[in-house]
Design a protein around this ligand. Structure first.
Ligand code: HEC
Length: 160
């Protein structure tokens, strides 16, 4: 875990600090930790779910791997662009406490995050550097995506 945090810090071109982040503090180090423990990298960082490693070049830039279900096909957004577009830490906080998104985005988990964690997350995201391209557009149900995608099918019920 410590190694990953230090890796993420290096990625953000922030001087590595000797100590681990502390809950309640607002810092890039805490944001790096929160992004891991809250699961944001799981979907928003290409390769992370498979390897457990954060590639600094793509951290939180979203993915071209879609998630398909009855809602259509959604793509984990590029969070660097989201942070840039919000324009300030306060605006990002306001947004993070209220936004809605399609499955499988666990938006209610973000609403429930401590304010200090959301502020830290914003600082971490901004520290990551170049914003990169947007994730592919949402594809409505019944239309064929142009990218690879994972199917989340409705549950299969037991017989009888
Ligand atoms: C299970 C996969 C998954 C996880 C885990 C996840 N996301 Fe997402 N996220 C998505 C998908 C898919 C979308 C696109 C939803 C849509 O198109 O409506 C999304 C969209 C978003 C958006 C909306 C972006 C916009 O365009 O306005 C934000 C903000 C966001 N995620 C932040 C986070 C944060 C912060 C975390 C960690 C706490 C996180 N996500 C964890 C899959 C995930």
């Amino acid at each position: 875990m410590k190694m990953w945090i230090y890796g993420a810090l290096a990625a953000g071109a922030v001087a590595a600090s000797a100590g681990a982040a502390v809950a309640g503090e607002v810092s890039v180090a805490r944001g790096a930790q929160v992004a891991i423990t809250s699961g944001c990298h799981d979907c928003h960082t290409a390769g992370y779910a498979e390897t457990g490693k954060i590639d600094p070049a793509v951290a939180l830039k979203g993915t071209v791997l879609g998630w398909q279900g009855p809602w259509g096909t959604t793509y984990p957004a590029n969070l660097r662009l989201v942070a840039r577009d919000k324009g300030s830490e306060d605006a990002f906080l306001q947004y993070a406490k209220t936004f809605q998104a399609r499955p499988p985005m666990p938006f209610a988990n973000v609403h429930a995050m401590d304010e200090s964690d959301i502020r830290s997350l914003y600082q971490y995201i901004v520290s990551l550097g170049d914003t990169g391209a947007a994730a592919p557009d949402y594809v409505p149900p019944g239309q064929q995506p142009k990218t690879p995608y994972i199917v989340i099918a409705p549950p299969i019920m037991p017989k009888g």
